[in-house]
Design a protein around this ligand. Structure first.
Ligand code: NAP
Length: 321
């Protein structure tokens, strides 16, 4: 079948490991289902996979794509939940030490067909297109958990999102706005800050710029490049929620500020099936749709990867079949 995959790990030139070609058609074991993929979205995770981060070398070749939406053999339209883990033992499958995301151990969604455990498909809301639904399973789910499960923010409070145009960032802006937060955003260019404003940010700032006042919570996926600013931006007793470190993880922890200002630094990863169901319902009820910056045929996936690697994002990059 057609597939976009990583041939081998390549830490320095990740796009050299990208292949668009043929992979064997998968067969669903008992308890799993085969989903005919209609759309899937690109995540930074796919670039990490090409670099060999978060995946063992013997797992290559690996079909890329952590999320998606498609159709079951009986014709029902579904959204994929990409966390494969044990929810019955841990209550929350993201806390299962053996949990994996699609593309770490199991093949991903940039293909004609993907197989997943039956519990990892949810009904696709009719209000969302396949392309929109494909954005939900990773970036939007991560943003939902950061904001609603991990931050402790209440409507009317102020949140700072580091980064304006990325998948997680745009999801945080739209979700925060819809939930009644005052959303402030840093962006690396005027164009990206204008996008954030269009999506509902009340204030936009250059990266590292001093804010008019300290915020209740900061949302971090950038890491080293923005960490010092995040630590300065949050008010005493406030929270920094972290789900990524794109620019590098080895930031100065600034422990003195951490204890003196009584800050909370909270980690967050993906989300549960139940959170994904709630996210889908929230999008329907609040009438919000993911910001899609580029929609490309899956055969042209390499263009999307180049855009993400160059930081040329304007929301999600989606591939369709
Ligand atoms: N833990 C999890 O479950 C989870 C889930 C999803 C994503 N993540 C992580 O979150 C990160 C973002 O993923 P994504 O898919 O949203 O990527 P993306 O769409 O490529 O977005 C990257 C974002 O990072 C910002 N950025 C990158 N380098 C920067 C720098 N040097 N200074 C300031 N801002 C910078 C960009 O800001 P501008 O808009 O200003 O360019 C953009 O908003 C990745 O590290 C990913 O691995 C983790």
């Amino acid at each position: 079948m057609f597939a976009v995959y990583a041939a081998e790990p390549n830490p320095d030139k990740p796009l050299d490991a990208l292949r668009v070609g043929e992979r064997p058609e998968p067969e669903a074991p008992e308890g799993w289902v085969a989903v005919s993929v209609r759309a899937a979205s690109l995540n930074m995770h796919d670039l990490w996979t090409l670099r060999g981060v978060g995946i063992k070398p013997d797992q290559f070749p690996m079909i890329l794509g952590c999320d998606g939406a498609g159709v079951l053999p009986d014709g029902s339209e579904v959204v994929l939940h990409s966390v494969v883990g044990d929810a019955s033992t841990y209550g929350d499958e993201t806390l299962d030490p053996k949990r994996t995301l699609l593309t770490e151990k199991h093949q991903g969604t940039f293909a004609d067909t993907v197989i997943v455990p039956a519990r990892n498909v949810l009904p696709k809301p009719a209000a969302l297109s396949f392309a929109e639904a494909a954005c939900m399973g990773t970036a939007w789910l991560t943003a939902y958990r950061m904001l609603f499960t991990r931050s402790g923010l209440r409507p009317g409070q102020t949140m700072l999102v580091q980064g304006a145009s990325g998948g997680v960032s745009t999801a945080l802006i739209e979700l925060g706005r819809a939930a009644g937060m005052r959303v402030w955003v840093t962006g690396r260019s005027e164009e990206k800050r204008a996008l954030a404003a269009r999506l509902g940010a009340e204030g936009t700032f250059e990266s590292g710029q001093r804010l008019p006042e300290r915020v209740d919570a900061v949302f971090e996926t950038v890491g080293k490049a923005t960490w010092a600013h995040s630590m300065r931006a949050v008010k005493p007793g406030g929270t920094i929620v972290v789900s990524g470190s794109t620019s590098g993880p080895d930031a100065n922890a600034d422990l003195q500020r951490l204890f003196f200002m009584q800050l909370r630094v909270v980690g967050s990863t993906m989300g549960t099936r139940e959170e994904l169901a709630a996210l889908l319902r929230f999008c329907e009820l609040a009438g919000i749709r993911p910001q899609i910056g580029a929609e490309l045929p899956m055969a042209e996936a390499a263009d999307g990867f180049h855009q993400m690697l160059a930081g040329q994002t304007a929301g999600k990059i989606v591939f369709t079949r």
